[in-house]
Design a protein around this ligand. Structure first.
Ligand code: SAH
Ligand code: DHB
Ligand code: MG
Length: 218
């Protein structure tokens, strides 16, 4: 089925997304500089863009920048004067992302902070609340990142978490894979936390079988 999922993603992209030089160049630059091809798909990127616009997001937080592919989609959703903070562990990834954002004409809206996201988040004590948070870094820390998103958000903040299905791996209750343990901890946290309302949607496509959590801070 994988080829057909890819073919449908190609169809969606051809019909609804169009050609996009900045994004195509970003993926090519990422590959040339050795970054892994684990960006969101084009259709998912457009979904993030639309969700951020639907939320009227003026301040966006992203955890996990890689080469800035999802960052570009999200930053394009910002109104005049809007801003995005994105957190990245690897200095090399952050450098490539900075190049890609400059080429896309978005660098002035985006603040890339290098370091472990847990530390960068802990250092955020005087930030205006974020309207939209996209979490897409180390999966073992997802419950903690949602906790921080709630702290740094406000009532109504949208939270999206990528890669919460992983080809059904989420069902493996006795897994010793830290990423699956982390994803299950995220679901446990969301199911018990009265401060958020959440769902998860499974997806297939260019990124195989996976899914995202969509949550709203109450
Ligand atoms: N959001 C990107 C893809 C991110 S891939 C896109 O869709 O285009 C995950 C990224 O998280 C990688 O660049 C990885 O280096 C980064 N990462 C991993 N652990 C991290 C941590 N502890 N803190 C911050 N970033 C981390
Ligand atoms: C991985 C990380 C991602 O954010 C993703 O979308 C796909 C894969 C990974 O670490 O393998
Ligand atoms: Mg991801």
């Amino acid at each position: 089925m994988g080829e057909r999922w890819q073919a449908v993603d190609d169809y969606i992209a051809a019909k609804l997304l169009g050609d996009d030089d900045a994004l195509a160049t970003t993926l090519a630059n990422n590959a040339a500089q050795g970054l892994p091809p684990i960006d969101v798909s084009a259709a998912q990127g457009k979904m993030l863009f639309l969700l951020a616009q639907m939320a009227s997001a003026k301040r966006i937080l992203e955890v996990g920048t890689l080469g800035g592919y999802s960052t570009i989609w999200l930053a394009r959703a910002l109104p005049e004067g809007g801003s995005l903070v994105t957190l990245e562990l690897e200095a090399h990834h952050a450098r490539v992302a900075q190049e890609n954002l400059e080429r896309a004409g978005l660098a002035e809206k985006v603040d890339i902070r290098i370091g472990a996201a847990t530390a960068s988040l802990a250092a955020m004590t005087n930030e205006a609340p974020f309207d939209f948070v996209f979490i897409d870094a180390d999966k073992q820390s997802n419950a903690h990142y949602v906790e921080e998103a709630i702290r740094l958000g406000r009532s109504g903040t949208t939270i999206v978490v990528d890669n919460v299905v992983r080809e059904g791996g989420v069902l493996e209750a006795d897994s010793d894979d830290e990423r699956i343990i982390g994803t299950r901890a995220l679901f446990d946290m969301l199911s018990a936390d009265p401060r958020v309302d959440a769902t998860a949607v499974q997806t297939v496509g260019a990124k195989k079988w996976d899914g995202f959590v969509l949550a709203r801070v109450l």
